[in-house]
Design a protein around this ligand. Structure first.
Ligand code: FAD
Ligand code: UDP
Length: 373
């Protein structure tokens, strides 16, 4: 459709150039031959997965460490069209009682913390002896104390969660702390997905290749509201916060934010692993060192500290019943917008990882192609 005059409407105005927007831009342009205008109010593509080199030349993730992991071969195959990969298994240590201990909690975590020498079977029995009877698991407290008891919960989860979300784990859905399930073996990888890797030349390079198509026009530093009435388009794909789209008509949906403090050190290595968590000390939750994650060789190293906050860019939907209730009111409004499709972590208010957003965007594409507007 590149031969159509440029004064014709864009087939799609896509709001947001993160994973959700970029996948749909790529699919509609390359696979369906549609003309796409993708806008982002930030000065770059990639959304929160954007990476770049800092002043020292170290490849960093300005919006916090992004590690790719998935069980979906479809998602991996799709992204592999735009990047080669480097294998990477993320490891996390938690600073607890003066020690750096493996997280998720595993056999070594418990043995080192308590000075024990348990086997995996013995650890099973130990957990059974300290686990509390919580009945039906509803909250992020239930999920942990029901499995490993209150002491491990207090040391590893309670403080971190209160810092990260500004809420007690008892006020959050079980799904939040269930992201970090306990093990009785010695596996110290943070994720256990089948595929764990990093884009060889970074996320931004991958996004550039996704959006590099004659049918795709990218407009940065632009809020869609500035141009939606100036540029003709047929259908909008919106990946920003859903409450903002509807002018907060039902009130604000809580999104948790972070302040990122980046530092460069004149030494090749700062810490032993990609991320060190601080559940009980400091105002920040974790410190991540990018070179572990990206594999870059450099005489200096850069790290990022994450300070949770309520104000600032929306990063995390906050999974709890009253928010799900409020979101369902906005979701009902989205169903009436026949010429707008809502996709992604902010627009569908789901605590999704990157691969889940890619899967959601690919499914959305298939659905939209099956039902012509
Ligand atoms: P986003 O990336 O947020 O993109 C939405 C875009 O819309 C933004 O660029 C925004 O500027 C733009 N936008 C919003 N409103 C407007 C407007 N009015 N006009 C124009 N543009 C607008 N996932 C993993 O799989 N592994 C990880 O290790 C991982 N680590 C993470 C660490 C942190 C600190 C955070 C916050 C998230 C992490 N994630 C991770 C999750 C990952 O960032 C998301 O799943 C993914 O980036 C979501 O993509 P998206 O396109 O839905 O949203
Ligand atoms: N969590 C915790 N202690 C930790 C790590 C995680 O309590 O040391 C809890 C916390 O509530 C956190 C959630 O588990 O928000 C999910 O952790 P994950 O590392 O998946 O968070 P993300 O990378 O999405 O910020």
């Amino acid at each position: 459709m590149t031969d159509r005059p440029q004064s014709e409407p864009f087939d799609f105005l896509i709001v947001g150039a993160g994973f959700a927007g970029a996948v749909l831009a790529e699919r509609f342009a390359r696979d369906a031959g549609a003309r796409v205008l993708i806008v982002d109010r930030r000065p770059h593509i990639g959304g929160n997965a954007y990476d770049c080199h800092d002043d020292a030349g170290v490849l960093i993730h300005p919006y916090g460490p992004h590690i790719f992991h998935t069980n979906s071969k479809d998602v991996l195959d799709y992204l592999s069209q735009f990047t080669a990969w480097r294998p990477y298994q993320h490891r996390v240590l938690a600073s607890v009682d003066g020690q750096l201990l493996p997280l998720p909690i595993n056999l070594d975590t418990v043995n080192r913390l308590y000075g024990l020498n348990l086997t995996s079977n013995e650890l099973d029995s130990y957990f059974a002896s300290v686990a509390e009877d919580v009945g039906a698991v509803r909250t992020s407290e239930d999920v942990v104390v029901g499995k490993v008891g209150r002491d491990l919960y207090n040391k590893f989860f309670r403080g971190y969660t209160r810092k990260q979300w500004g809420l007690d784990p008892s006020e959050l859905d079980a799904s939040v702390t269930a992201r970090v399930p306990t093990r009785t073996n010695r596996d110290d990888r943070y994720f256990t997905d089948t595929y764990q890797m990093m884009p060889l030349h970074g996320y931004t390079r991958m996004f550039q290749r996704m959006l590099d198509h004659p049918n795709i026009k990218v407009m940065l530093n632009t809020d869609y509201r500035e141009i939606q009435d100036l540029v003709p388009w047929r259908h909008m794909i919106y990946t920003g916060p859903v409450d903002a789209y509807f002018d907060y008509c039902y009130g604000r949906l809580p999104y948790r934010s972070l302040e990122f403090v980046h530092e460069t050190h004149d030494t090749p290595q700062f810490q032993a692993v990609g991320t060190v968590n601080h559940p009980n000390d400091y105002a920040f939750t974790r410190v991540s060192e990018f070179k572990h994650i990206t594999g870059q060789q450099h005489s200096k190293t850069s790290v990022v500290y994450e300070f949770p906050t309520d104000s600032g860019d929306p990063y995390y939907p906050v999974p709890r019943p009253e928010n799900a209730e409020l979101y369902s009111q906005y979701e009902a409004l989205t169903r009436d917008r026949r010429n707008v499709t809502f996709v992604g972590r902010l627009a569908t208010y789901r605590y999704y990882n990157m691969d889940q957003v890619v899967a959601q965007a690919l499914a959305t594409y298939r659905r939209m192609r099956a039902v012509p507007a």
